[in-house]
Design a protein around this ligand. Structure first.
Ligand SMILES: [Zn+2]
Length: 78
């Protein structure tokens, strides 16, 4: 039997730079260069920031609304 099946080639999906779509460089995987990585990172940071600020209107005052400038004489202690 001389049935030589073709060598199984490792299915390798070439990663592409998510920023520009160019073949990624193993050095900057999955980006093609540092610049693209920075751009993508910047996007992430921006989005993350936006999500953070999307919180409900601050209504958390564990210390109480009253603070400083109260009534009554209070001498300063050193
Ligand atoms: Zn790129």
């Amino acid at each position: 039997m001389t049935d030589r099946s073709p060598p199984l080639r490792a299915v390798r999906i070439e990663p592409k730079c998510p920023t520009c779509g160019k073949p990624a460089d193993p050095k900057y995987k999955p980006f093609c260069r540092k610049r693209c990585a920075d751009i993508d990172l910047g996007r992430w940071l921006k989005e993350g920031y936006r999500v953070e600020t999307a919180e409900a209107p601050g209504e958390e005052d564990p210390d109480g609304p009253s603070s400083g400038g109260g009534s009554g004489a209070s001498g300063q202690r050193g």
